[in-house]
Every structure is written in structure tokens, then in C-alpha cells.
Design a protein. Structure first.
Lengths: 149, 149
DNA sequence: CTTGTTGCAAATTCTTTGCATGACA
DNA sequence: TGTCATGCAAAGAATTTGCAACAAG
């Protein structure tokens, strides 16, 4: 489980606040433990249920802070709600998310990054950014009805 | 400019309502005329300014109806706001949007569609959907300060 | 007539913010 | 002691929905 207050963290954390608090750590722990993408509200609810005394706005702030330092990834679902999950690698990443059970698989593909960059450059665009979201029904959910569903 | 009430439209429009109204047509016209992606609120404002007497909810409903029949494309920006634009071809499409002036270029690439499908299938996912958004600074905006900015 | 649309206002939902309180260096 | 996080409540924003009035086949 990740640890914000880990040893090598003093000189790091660029524009961000310099220390982690109990709540901050609790948010990160809960997020890590969950493993998959989760909604702020759901995460908050899970934490309360688990006995953590933490405010909703703190969870919002903590998650956004994590995204700022690239310790978490986020995406918006079709309804416009943000989902978060801890980031495992240091690199920019995409995910394939199951619409039935919510599980996700990180996708590592240089190919797509290249495609995005090349396409944009071809069209004369600079400073390219991309958002790529894949979703489907995972193998588990294709068999029986989804496990978490 | 597209026309909802065009000839071949009686037997079509599947699950959708069977006729277009003055407001509906006005929304489509305004959207077509704008050409680029635009916010519901902005489109509504533009229509009022242009003298159209139309309610905000009607614009919302009309735009979603257009998306339902694939007559318009939509995407959500970083702030979570939906943008719409008329669709030119019958096919599923992606766009490269300028973050400075808001102009957009449709991207037609089988390659990316293939990639998305293949990747998902490789990982055992079925019924794959994808959202791909590219943004950057267009050629015009790279020179002088953006024209519309 | 009957069905579907319109438009306003109210309601919803997610997210952010103001501010007093509290904790840590 | 000063700075920053916290948490609640209030604010904000985008979008949806309830409902009475209305248009058209």
C-alpha cells in the first residue's frame, strides 16, 4: 500500500503541500485498497463505513491532490461523474474499464500515443493532449451475470 | 444546412419522435450554422440573441435527440461540460479540438478503431466502446494569438 | 381528440468554496 | 505562533424533470 509520507518524499511533491495528514493518508489507503476506479462519493461512503471520520470535501481535495502529483488517475464516466484509482506506474496511462463490474485493466500502448501525436502534428496542431477511454464487458461478466453487479 | 424534416425521414427515426417542430429545426439550424462544437448554454444564448424564442430545456432535449439519431456528436470537456456539433458523415467520428479557439477537425482513422477493438478483444472484453478526444493548439493560434480568443 | 412538444420553475447531482476550528512544526 | 488541513454548510453549475399550456395530425 502506498505511503505519502515515505522516506523520499521530502524534496519531492512539487507544488504540493509538504506533508500528509491522517485523513490524506486514509484516503490514499482506501483508494489503494479498493484497487479499482471508484467514485468520490463511494470512496467517502466506504471510508465512513470502515470507521474513518472524514469529510466529503476532504476526500475531494485529497483525490485531486493525488491526481496533481500523478499518484492517481481519473476519468469521467458517461454521466459526468469522476472516478479515481491509484496509479501504479510513473507513466501516463489508459485503462479498459468493465461497464458491468467496474473492474479495470491498465493499457500500455506506445502505439496509440504515437498515433495521437502524429495525427495532431499532421494537422498542424501543437501541444497535443489526449483522452482515451475504452470500456466493455469483461470476460467474467460475459459468463455469469457480473460478480459485482 | 441539414433538415430534420427531409423527404426520406418518415419511415426512419427509429425510437425517436416522428416529426420535427419549429424549435427543433431551429436548434439543428443553429448548430449546423455554428459548425464547431458548442455548449448547450452557448447555443441557447446564441439562438436567443438571434431572435429565436426557445427554452433552455428544449435545446437540451433537442440536442440529445440529435445525438440519439446520430445527427450530432458530443463530448465532455475537462470541466465536465458537454459540447455538441452536427455530424457530417454517417460514421462514428472523432475530432481534434483546438484549446485556444475551439475549432475542430474531424479525424477519420480506421487505425485507431482497429486498435481499440483489438486491444479490448485481446484482454477478453466484449461489446467495446471507446471515447477518444484529442486536443491541441491549432496552426492559426500558434502564430498570432488565437483568432477567436 | 389525442399525442407529443414547449417552457418555466423546481429539483437533482456532482463538485467547489467560505470560514471557523483544530493540528502540527 | 503561524500555517495549512479539516469539515460543515452554503454556494455553484450543468442538466433533468414535473407539469400546465399548446400545436398539429
Amino acid at each position: 500500500m502506498a505511503d505519502i509520507l515515505a522516506e523520499g518524499d521530502r524534496p519531492t511533491t512539487p507544488t504540493l503541500h509538504r506533508y500528509a495528514t491522517r485523513q490524506r493518508q486514509a484516503v490514499l489507503d482506501a483508494l489503494s485498497e479498493h484497487g479499482e476506479f471508484i467514485t468520490v462519493q463511494d470512496l467517502h461512503h466506504a471510508m465512513r463505513t470502515a470507521g474513518h471520520q472524514v469529510g466529503l470535501s476532504t476526500v475531494y481535495r485529497a483525490l485531486n491532490a493525488l491526481v496533481d502529483v500523478h499518484a492517481a488517475d481519473t476519468f469521467r464516466d458517461a454521466a459526468g461523474v469522476q472516478h479515481y484509482r491509484t496509479r501504479t506506474t510513473a507513466e501516463h496511462q489508459h485503462y479498459l474499464v468493465c461497464r458491468s463490474c467496474g473492474s479495470s485493466v491498465p493499457i500500455t500502448s506506445q502505439r496509440i500515443e504515437r498515433w495521437a501525436d502524429d495525427t495532431a502534428r499532421e494537422l498542424g496542431f501543437a501541444d497535443v493532449a489526449h483522452v482515451i477511454e475504452l470500456s466493455g464487458i469483461c470476460a467474467d461478466c460475459q459468463d455469469g451475470p457480473g460478480p459485482n453487479d
